[in-house]
Write a protein that binds this ligand. Structure first.
Ligand SMILES: *[C@@H]1O[C@H](CO)[C@@H](O)[C@H](O)[C@H]1NC(C)=O
Ligand SMILES: *[C@@H]1O[C@H](CO)[C@@H](O)[C@H](O)[C@H]1NC(C)=O
Ligand SMILES: *[C@@H]1O[C@H](CO)[C@@H](O)[C@H](O)[C@H]1NC(C)=O
Ligand SMILES: *[C@@H]1O[C@H](CO)[C@@H](O)[C@H](O)[C@H]1NC(C)=O
Length: 497
């Protein structure tokens, strides 16, 4: 108990010293591990690249595909997050590792007995699927949570499905465990699941949240690992935490340790900080530009506003105005600057997609400008491109390789984010397998998301986690904005811990 208190005292001090914002209670620091660090079989960078790039595009395509197929089910998330894992425990069961996903809104995990179809090629969690604890209770069909899990289907329909008698439906009394929420179906990028809704206590030492609602899946297709949805819906992790502690639930940030697909580089945890900053709503009108500038310098954060999207309420969509490649600014198409009436457009800040996906025309302009500079000096490595899923790639035959800077211009005054080179240009050795000589290759790590016309009903673009490495990304839910600050994430963990 004593050591615990001392720990928190220093933890609190560290936060106070680092950031001048004073909060009523300290934030909660949790470690995120990258799935690379836990995977048992070592894969070549090329193999890892290929699987990450195909997953990114499957997830992105699903946003749009899904919309056409299930017009009625728009509020559903699109695909399961990947890459970064958060451990938590529910009820009396041991801890389970879930993908942290800001692109979806539900927390679910596998429950025993568990069947995963087509999971042979997937990373299987080291611990067996968790057992639902005896303290878990079903969620009644009349609960708003049940409706949320069923894409806002009315309670009366759900209660009819769970065989609640008509008179009780009419009087709103299907609220007992006799009429549980029916199982629901979730479709993901390249997988799906059927789950039941339960409520139990969530334990994130030192915090414990009673009555935490989650999905328990006994059968999935190609989804062996659960997901902690950090999106904006009522079932999402931060939303449920906010009901328990507004301070902890109203803002969170993460800082992803740079990995370059090298598992040795991600042995250190990436910090996830719940309850980042104070719980005061910022008084923006009263701060002068100078104060605003001053604040920005202190925290290092560059902010951009979240765009409201009634069709996809769980997304953190922001407005992208353009991308600079070297000195040339390439303006973003209108669809990335705003969200239209049909819920299309904007760029989604997503922890669960690896690579940034841009609409084809815009992507091509960025690549063209990039290639006009890098391709002038370096031979194009066409042969490597299909194998990695990334392009353009170049053979790098010099010790110092000049690559133009990439700057993302988000909406807002001074809301530009200069990406470190390793966030968009990945260098690795290719060949050396006997057939080909070993050569150094560098690839641009952005992806083509497809034609604008095909992207109309969903997000126009996704800001992937690879591009977020080495930044603390804060989701300020109270002030409805997303912030980026360049950080050494491994040191941030050490400092806060
Ligand atoms: C169910 O709803 C009825 C009517 O609103 C209420 O009287 C009753 O206490 C509720 N039961 C439970 C278990 O919440
Ligand atoms: C548990 O949470 C649900 C909503 O998530 C709510 O409807 C229900 O009343 C809560 N139960 C208790 C005992 O707090
Ligand atoms: C690098 O490769 C390009 C294209 O093959 C060639 O033109 C250039 O001279 C090479 N540079 C060096 C320093 O070897
Ligand atoms: C942006 O900020 C700068 C300096 O703080 C100020 O001079 C300029 O007028 C601002 N522009 C807008 C559009 O607010």
């Amino acid at each position: 108990m004593k050591t615990c208190l001392i720990f928190f005292f220093f933890f609190y001090l560290a936060i106070l010293q680092l950031y001048t914002s004073v909060s009523s209670s300290p934030p909660l620091l949790l470690p995120l591990s990258h799935s690379l660090s836990t995977s048992k079989h070592s894969s070549s960078p090329l193999h890892l690249l290929k699987s990450s790039s195909s997953r990114s595009s499957a997830r992105f395509r699903r946003h749009h595909h899904h919309n056409h197929k299930h017009q009625q089910q728009l509020p559903l998330p699109l695909s399961s997050g990947s890459d970064y894992l958060l451990s938590l425990s529910v009820g009396s069961s041991s801890s389970v590792s879930l993908y942290l996903d800001t692109g979806s809104d539900l927390v679910w995990f596998p429950c025993r007995p568990f069947t995963c179809i087509l999971c042979e090629s997937k990373p299987i969690p080291s611990s067996p699927p968790s057992l639902l604890s005896s303290s878990a209770s079903t969620v009644p069909c009349s609960s708003p949570s049940c409706s949320a899990a069923h894409s806002s289907l009315p309670s009366s329909d759900l209660c009819a499905i769970s065989n609640c008698p008509l008179d009780l439906i009419e009087t709103g009394e299907c609220n007992t465990s006799s009429y549980p929420c029916p199982p629901f179906y979730y479709a993901y990028g390249d997988g799906s699941l059927v789950a039941k809704l339960y409520s139990d206590s969530l334990s994130l030492p030192p915090v414990s949240v009673s009555n935490f609602t989650f999905g328990c899946a006994h059968a999935t297709l190609a989804e062996p690992i659960g997901v902690a949805g950090f999106g904006r819906g009522r079932l999402s992790f931060p939303a449920q935490l906010a009901a328990y502690s507004p301070h902890l639930g109203n803002s969170f940030s993460y800082c992803l340790v740079s990995h370059s697909f090298d598992s040795d580089r991600v042995r250190r945890p990436s910090p996830l900080i719940l309850g980042r900053f104070n719980n005061e709503k910022e008084k923006r009108v009263e701060t002068s530009d100078d104060e605003e500038e001053e604040k920005k310098k202190k925290s290092g954060f560059v902010y951009t506003e979240m765009l409201e999207n009634p069709k996809h309420p769980y997304f953190y969509s922001v407005s992208l105005q353009g991308i600079s490649v070297g000195k040339r600014n390439i303006p973003a198409p209108a669809m990335l600057r705003r969200v239209d009436r049909n819920g299309g457009g904007g760029i989604v800040v997503d922890s669960g997609t690896t690579f940034t996906m841009l609409p084809a025309k815009f992507y091509n302009s960025v690549v063209e400008e990039f290639d006009s500079r890098v391709g002038r000096v370096h031979e194009r490595a066409d042969r490597v491109e299909p194998g990695s899923g990334m392009s353009p790639c170049y053979y790098l035959n010099q010790t110092s390789v000049k690559v133009p800077t990439l700057v993302l211009h988000f909406a807002g005054n001074g809301s530009s984010v200069t990406l470190p080179r390793r966030n968009y240009f990945y260098e690795f050795m290719d060949g050396g397998d006997g057939k080909e000589e070993k050569r150094k290759v560098g690839c641009l790590m952005l992806m083509n998301g497809g034609d604008e016309a095909e992207l109309k009903s969903g997000p126009g673009a996704i800001l992937g986690n690879y591009q977020q490495q080495g930044f603390e990304v804060v989701y300020d839910l109270l002030n409805r904005r997303v912030g980026f600050a360049k950080r050494k994430c491994a040191s941030l963990w050490d400092t806060l811990n």
